[in-house]
Design a protein around this ligand. Structure first.
Ligand code: HEC
Length: 235
């Protein structure tokens, strides 16, 4: 008998709320025992207190996919320049990887921000979505984000990374290392690294995607890029 496949959106309500709260900056220091690393501390609040305006757009509520893409193309240089300051290799390189969504879409689980999903070469099976199987060591998925406020201001959001580490790295996360890089390049948290407790909520939610999906949710169907050459080719 086949196991029941969980829907991508079959996420416990409490985790959904936590995800939103985290992305809105409400979980800072929740599980970090008060430890403060200079590089991590101010990130989220500062983003809101001293927002860095890129530019303003009209009628954000009616942002079509094409309009979201136009906004994205105008802010991506600034976004990646910020992420790159983290010194993280993927944060500096992801922009050259393949993108798996046609246009930026709003992610309820990542703070209602507009997001994009990229995968490096080792993670190319990601393009087979639910048929991807277990991704190999070295596979990296990157999700960048930006927010458009009701008034039409555009801000960069965090960069969300998942990297498949060597077997045994973290059984709980299926050896995925989760990293959240703030728009200014500061590191919010990283599994088994600085601020590990701050990214535990990532594992908790991604777990609900199921082991059969290697904890991946994939791009929502309506936003998937159609690349026919990515279909399995009988290898
Ligand atoms: C409340 C649930 C939830 C939380 C919390 C969450 N995610 Fe996700 N994540 C999703 C969903 C759903 C998708 C796919 C749809 C989308 O883009 O919104 C996704 C997609 C991703 C992807 C693309 C790979 C994939 O699964 O398709 C990355 C990378 C990612 N998340 C990283 C993170 C990181 C890092 C954190 C923590 C800082 C995090 N996520 C927290 C639900 C969550």
């Amino acid at each position: 008998m086949l196991p029941r496949r969980r829907s991508r959106w079959d996420i416990p309500g409490s985790l959904r709320t936590l995800g939103l709260a985290a992305c809105a900056g409400l979980v800072v220091s929740a599980s970090d025992g008060g430890r403060r690393a200079a590089a991590q501390e101010p990130a989220l609040p500062e983003e809101f207190e001293k927002p860095k305006r890129h530019f303003k757009i009209d009628r954000p509520a009616e942002l079509s996919g094409a309009a979201a893409l136009t906004v994205y193309m105008r802010v991506i240089d600034d976004m990646t320049a910020g992420y790159r300051l983290s010194g993280d290799r993927s944060a500096g390189a992801y922009r050259t990887w393949r993108r798996y969504n046609e246009t930026p879409y709003r992610s309820a689980t990542h703070g209602q921000r507009f997001v994009n999903n990229y995968a490096n070469t080792l993670a190319k099976a990601y393009g087979r979505y639910e048929d991807a199987g277990d991704l190999p060591k070295g596979a990296v998925l990157a999700k960048d984000s930006f927010a458009v406020t009701a008034r039409g201001d555009v801000f960069s959001g965090p960069l969300f990374l998942m990297e498949k580490m060597p077997a045994g790295f973290s059984p709980k996360s299926r050896d995925w290392r989760y990293t959240m890089v703030m728009p200014d390049g500061s590191l919010f948290g990283r599994t088994e690294g600085d601020g590990s407790g701050r990214v535990e909520f990532c594992i908790a939610c991604h777990e609900s995607a199921g082991a059969e999906n290697d904890h991946l949710f994939f791009v929502p169907e309506e936003h998937r890029v159609r690349i026919h050459s990515l279909q399995p080719q009988g290898e």
